[in-house]
Design a protein. Structure first.
Lengths: 391, 391
DNA sequence: TTCTTTCATTGACAGCAGAAAATAAGGCGC
DNA sequence: GCGCCTTATTTTCTGCTGTCAATGAAAGAA
């Protein structure tokens, strides 16, 4: 990332200090001894690392009155003071920009969105800057400084360089978004792929906490996948990874915009469901809401389309599980609204296609409120704030 | 791993020293300055780390007379003295045991095999011990000590514990192979999954050197895959990963022994090819050699079976590339003997099914002599020798 | 011979983390 | 209320690793 234009320094100079802070951030209030165990350090090291962080107000100490052990000195819990700093997360979609203001613990304080008329970098940047201004005003009201921001975009994004290499959806190529946005907003900016950002949020603040290998599958307009292997988000040598949407599940299936047939996305993406429900019922279906309504009414063709979608998703997940053996797969996305319609098929297809002990993988669903994508972007900002060098 | 029964200590106590040694081992003779750059250390640190390694004879210095720069002091190259220590690698298959004696640079000195009549742990262990004894005799002839051994087995293997959790092929469950073999041979033993072991060999001594993300795909009786992500071999949370063989490429395809239809292995595995060539030509085909011969003769049905196999493999590889975005995929295995028959299909199917920049992934083939599997086991032994704690 | 250039080594030094010992903070039994 | 027991946390000291800046080495060039 380009050097932050203005930033409060975070007093964690060493990797160890950052690791300790991250552990407290993710694994909630902990005693110093617990913390030492989880971080694989001595208690002395923890004391030393924690002191400056408490001094700067990022960590606070308190006593857990409830769970006091019968014996020995009571432990002092260390936890992150969420209110110490604020972050802004921005998600750019095809037709709107979603922005959230979060605290240091990535809890959403304010969420806003702005419709987007023009997808060119200039207008998008202007709208994003406006949204940031609004959120900064909100932050002023809270009396806490905003110390970083994140922007997430679908497509091939080079986080280290802060450049959007190629975003088919927005029609962008090689846009140096981080530096442009930093200039426009005066904040440090982290840019990342949207699914990866969401994965970071799960890894640090969600269902991926404490796991070194897991996957996030998003179901919606597209079918996406974020992967964490060996404790790190997979970015791919060429900037693209987790393309579960274009895993073929049926070579005889419907054509996909990628040029192949029977991709998961061509069966279970929003557009595919709209098309298939329309075709099956003979109705003119215009959007997913309508397709979903038809299926909920029990119209056979519509239900079948959803069942097929569930099967495709389940197979896609099984493919991930067979290849990587993750501990957990978190299923999320707007498409989860239809979860009751295809949950069974997802699980069945997964169970059937998962090989051997890959089937032990824990499948878990997680609702995805619309601000969640933006929260992912905020999570990347928090990550950058903690370890300025990081990725 | 269990503590080595008898081992010459390797004088690399710190992770840094191990990293430096590994870099020299993989990236050939290097000057100290080069080494410092690659390891991200100062030149001083390299000097200090290298000294004891030279003292112990694991590294040697020599001058590169050819490529001397026009200016400045000529550089002294540092390289690993392969002859300093020997290792034994053993691969257990269903009907034979293959053993190799390698030097520290994993170059094969001697290769042997022994037919296997009984697959139970006891007889297998006895045969393996006999093979080790033979190889130790050979080593005596060379006057160099054997300091470690590795055994690779297909299936779910827990390397850290040295236990074969489940090997369907051998019919083993929870066999503590490392400790048993250590007792039987008197050598430190590392046990790992066969494909992962092969992947380690590629990572340290083959086409994966210097890459942090790549895959090895083996084509043969089964279709396997070893993955390296973030510079480390993927083992999977439940011990199983890289099951490309059971990725579905055609839900309407032939049934697979795993219970599904159209797995890569059910189309491109040896058994599948034998069956399909037999069915297509109406001939009674008994083994792959015969199937291959028919296809080479240009018998249409046989050629088509190989073409289909190529397509399935190509799709499987594309799936890996779409999900992980590796820099390179190394295709290997005994099945490569038929490479001329399906190379085109592999590449075409890969190119068609790879999404976006995943198609930039470098597909590379590598012949696999029969001792190569055993060499993989030796590579794991070398790895364990260098960092005793390691994975 | 002396310079210049590049590679390598040295020795002083700073910083981090671990070990052990000391200290803190409760409850408990008397 | 006092001393004891247990567990948590801090302090102090020590070792080690790696960096820095200066120095030495080994060429070819002037």
């Amino acid at each position: 990332m380009s050097p932050p234009p203005s930033a409060e320094a975070f007093p964690a100079n060493t990797p160890t200090a950052a690791q300790i802070f991250t552990t407290v951030l993710s694994e909630g209030p902990l005693t110093r001894l617990d913390l030492a165990r989880r971080a694989g350090l001595s208690a002395a090291a923890v004391t030393k690392a924690v002191r400056p962080l408490i001094g700067a107000g990022y960590l606070v100490e308190d006593v857990d009155e409830d769970a006091r052990p019968a014996l020995g000195r009571p432990a002092n819990l260390v936890r992150v003071d969420g209110g110490r700093a604020l972050f802004i997360g921005i998600k750019v979609t095809g037709d709107e920009i979603i922005g959230v203001l979060t605290d240091l613990r990535c809890r959403i304080m304010v969420a806003r969105h702005l419709p987007l008329a023009d997808r060119d970098p200039g207008p998008v940047l202007a709208s994003a800057a406006e949204l940031v201004r609004e959120l900064l005003t909100e932050a002023d009201g809270l009396g806490v400084r905003v110390v970083g921001s994140g922007i997430s975009v679908s497509g091939d994004v080079d986080r280290a360089e802060g450049v959007v290499r190629y975003s088919p959806f927005l029609g962008w190529r090689d846009v140096p978004l981080a530096s442009l946005a930093a200039e426009a907003t005066g904040l440090p900016v982290t840019v990342d792929n949207d699914v990866r950002a969401l994965t970071v949020a799960e890894q640090w603040f969600g269902a991926g906490v404490g796991l070194s290998d897991f996957a996030v599958v998003t179901v919606g307009a597209g079918i996406g996948c974020g992967l964490v292997v060996h404790g790190k988000v997979v970015a791919g040598a060429h900037g693209v990874a987790g393309e579960i949407g274009h895993v073929t599940v049926d070579p005889a299936g419907p054509p996909c915009h990628c040029g192949n047939r029977g991709c998961v996305e061509a069966i279970a993406g929003d557009a595919a469901l709209v098309r298939q429900v329309g075709a099956a019922t003979g109705t003119h279906v215009t959007d997913v809401a309508q397709a979903l309504a038809l299926a909920r009414q029990g119209v056979p063709g519509a239900r079948a389309a959803y069942a097929r979608a569930g099967e495709a998703i389940g197979r896609g997940i099984a493919t991930v599980a067979n290849l990587l053996g993750p501990e957990r797969v978190i299923i999320s996305g707007e498409g989860l609204a239809a979860y009751d319609l295809f949950a069974e098929q997802i699980r069945d297809a997964f169970a059937a296609a998962a090989f051997g002990s890959a089937a032990q993988c824990d499948l878990r669903t997680r609702p995805l409120p619309f601000e969640e994508w933006a929260r992912g972007a905020a999570a990347t900002a928090i990550q950058s704030f903690i370890r300025s060098d990081a990725y």
